[in-house]
Design a protein around this ligand. Structure first.
Ligand SMILES: C[S@@+](CC[C@H](N)C(=O)[O-])C[C@H]1O[C@@H](n2cnc3c(N)ncnc32)[C@H](O)[C@@H]1O
Length: 278
């Protein structure tokens, strides 16, 4: 079951790798507060080994890499096309202390205690088994090693995801999340649930705080392209008939009016940013 679910996740992100690469600069600009928090709490130093999981085009790890000096970054993702995108991005940035690998974070083919730090930005909430991934992060860290991660908080703080999700549910294209674990953009929004996943893994200490960012768009079309090409809802929206897609888009456009000022759409977003020490 988990394998089938993971395979679906892999296929979804394979289909978005070229867009994540094409939009790398705007993604990086919008998410600056998040990656700055992560790199600051990772505290990378010369000679350390850092693993990035669910790295996508790899940019959070690439911000840490120069501070590793003679150390090494291993940039990994479940989707081979994302790993290719990261390799292209790393070459473009001239990062030479990095290796690239396809890796399922829930079952890592990596030795115990082989890294000083692990980074995971916007990954755990999308995985069918985030507990397994967190346990794997702890296993591959040395004693005292740091896991830094970001997941999105709740629907009210993240309209970029909750507006389309509510419309898709109301129009019958997406099921209302059932009880239990349903991977998705906002699946780890509950602070108590997140903390209990961390506690179950048994890290020595954890610290989690909310960090704000803003997605800005020049037009509703630009937001629509973002939704389809870059978010986890994209594959579902793309699979709708053109008339259903048009109806969803009209409903979304109406809701975006609340966030439009001076011809720009500014959608606030908030993440739980965390550091967990092995
Ligand atoms: C929202 S993107 C985030 C990419 C990148 N971390 C960033 O913040 O720019 C989510 C990424 O998680 C990856 N992913 C999902 N499940 C995974 C798993 N089980 N193991 C490794 N990567 C996974 C996807 O392939 C995708 O590249």
């Amino acid at each position: 079951m988990t394998n089938d679910a993971t395979e679906r996740v892999r296929q979804d992100w394979e289909s978005q790798a070229s867009s994540w690469y094409a939009e790398r600069n705007s993604l990086l600009a919008a998410s600056r507060p998040i990656h700055e928090w992560l790199v600051q709490h990772l505290e990378p130093t010369d000679g350390e080994r850092v693993l990035e999981i669910a790295a996508g085009p790899g940019d959070t790890g690439f911000l840490a890499a120069p501070r590793l000096g003679k150390g090494r970054l291993v940039s990994t993702d479940l989707a081979p096309s994302m790993v290719d995108a990261a390799r292209k991005r790393g070459t473009e940035l001239g990062i030479d202390n990095v290796d690239y690998r396809v890796l399922d974070a829930q079952a890592m083919d990596v030795g115990d205690a082989s890294f000083d730090g692990v980074i995971c930005r916007w990954g755990f909430m999308l995985m069918p088994d985030p507990s397994a991934a967190l346990a794997e992060c702890k296993r591959v860290l040395v004693a005292g090693g740091r896991l830094v991660f970001a997941v999105f908080t709740g629907p009210d703080e993240n309209p970029f995801a909750s507006i389309p999700a509510r419309i898709l549910i109301e129009s019958g294209h997406m099921q209302r999340p059932a009880s239990g674990w349903n991977p998705g953009i906002l699946a780890l929004s509950d602070r108590t649930r997140l903390q209990s996943l961390l506690d179950d893994v048994g890290f020595t200490s954890t610290h989690v705080e909310g960090v704000d960012m803003t997605w800005t768009f020049a037009s509703t079309k630009e937001y629509w392209d973002f939704l389809i090409d870059l978010t986890a809802l994209g594959p579902l929206v793309r699979s709708l008939s053109s008339s259903d897609r048009d109806a969803v888009r009209t409903a979304i456009d109406a809701r975006l009016a609340d966030f439009t000022r001076d011809d720009r759409i500014a959608l606030p977003a908030r993440c739980w940013c965390g550091v967990a020490i092995r």
